[in-house]
Design a protein around this ligand. Structure first.
Ligand code: SF4
Length: 354
């Protein structure tokens, strides 16, 4: 039902939030999931570093040379959890910044089908490894180059990213697009769907912006409005998960809408079956939870200790308390500064012999 300020005592924002929570609860019940980690999706953050500065980043992506997941520890951790993990998603920061991404893929694929979520700036560099993956998700928040560079805080050209995506599809890779919908790009949604459907992308996912930082509120655009627009074009959507609705676009492509799902303590990630393993290394099932360190166990190869920490991360310690990532926040530079940072990072890497 549309918001009517004369009939409703809540503000429009409160009303929409309330509606989202109710819809979320309904879909949660429909999805029938109750056991933690039932879907067994391990999100492995290969590095906290990122070469982009998206406006709405939770700041998992830090600039400069940051810690990268140690290959030996990764092998040990995955070995300990291999019976629990059903699929692996490589994330970051920007996961393709990992200097041994090819080796990471080999280790992960021994354990479970593996996919990656990337900003698309290094598709060419790792093409040979990417084509071996189960799937590649590329974040593209606009197809208009100037807007793309502004939203994503990069000097990369969006058409080069789209060319890389076409190459992946031609090689038979299942490609998804992530697009965070805001006031600044909502007018492009239908165009983004059409362009990516045309080149054979399987899924175009629109994510409602999470209000983690104060500025996120200014960018907020209610996904309910896009839902109404797409209904007119593609008919009624299908429930696709506790926070998701899907519109079939053609036989190969669908548009997926992921509604504002995260309010600290909501437990969705836990029940949906997610586990984040970050490069410290540490475990958490929610970005807003205090991570549970597994560094000692991973370096000693203590499999029983790793298993015990898994239970702690899921059930005891590490309960969501608030977003720790936003506290670490980076100040967002302008494009000239970004080019300078990118050049400086390259020089630092060369100097460090990386
Ligand atoms: S691509 Fe954007 S959202 Fe992702 S880590 Fe980098 S800056 Fe953050």
């Amino acid at each position: 039902m549309a918001y009517n300020k004369f009939l409703n005592p809540m503000t429009e924002e409160q009303y929409r939030k309330e509606q989202n929570i109710q819809a979320l609860q309904m879909r949660f019940v429909e999805s029938g999931r109750t056991a933690p980690f039932e879907r067994g999706v391990a999100r492995i953050a290969l590095t906290e570093g990122c070469n982009f500065y998206c406006k709405f980043c939770h700041n998992e992506g830090m600039s400069g040379i940051t810690k990268q997941f140690d290959l030996k520890q990764l092998d040990t951790i995955l070995g300990a959890y291999k019976d629990k993990i059903k699929s692996i998603k490589l994330v970051g920061g920007e996961p393709l910044l990992h200097r041994q991404f090819d080796k990471v893929v080999e280790i992960c694929q021994k354990v479970a089908p593996t996919s990656v979520t990337t900003n698309g700036s290094m598709l060419q560099k790792w093409m040979q490894s990417l084509v071996k993956l189960e799937g590649v998700t590329v974040s593209v928040h606009s197809l208009m180059n100037e807007r793309y560079q502004d939203i994503m805080g990069t000097s990369s050209n969006v058409e080069e990213v789209v060319a890389g995506i076409s190459e992946l599809i031609a090689a038979g890779v299942n490609v998804h697009i992530n697009c965070v919908l805001t006031r600044e790009n909502q007018d492009e949604a239908e165009r983004i769907i059409e362009r990516f459907a045309q080149i054979g992308v399987s899924e175009i996912k629109f994510l409602e912006i999470l209000k983690v930082k104060e500025e996120d509120g200014d960018l907020y655009f209610p996904l309910a409005e896009l839902t109404e627009r797409l209904k007119k074009k593609y008919g009624e959507p299908k429930v696709a998960g506790s926070t998701k609705m899907a519109f079939p676009v053609n036989e190969k492509t669908s548009a997926l809408l992921v509604y504002q799902y995260c309010s600290v303590g909501c437990n969705v990630c836990r029940v949906e079956g997610f586990l984040r393993i970050d490069p410290e290394p540490a475990l958490s099932y929610c970005l807003a939870a205090e991570p549970v360190s597994i560094g000692e166990e991973a370096s000693k190869g203590d499999v029983e200790g790793l298993k015990a920490k898994f239970e702690l991360a899921m059930n005891g310690m590490g309960k969501p308390t608030g977003y720790t990532y936003s506290v670490k926040g980076r100040k967002r530079p302008n494009l000239v500064q970004i080019r300078q940072f990118q050049a400086d990072n390259k020089a630092q890497e060369v100097q460090a012999g990386l």
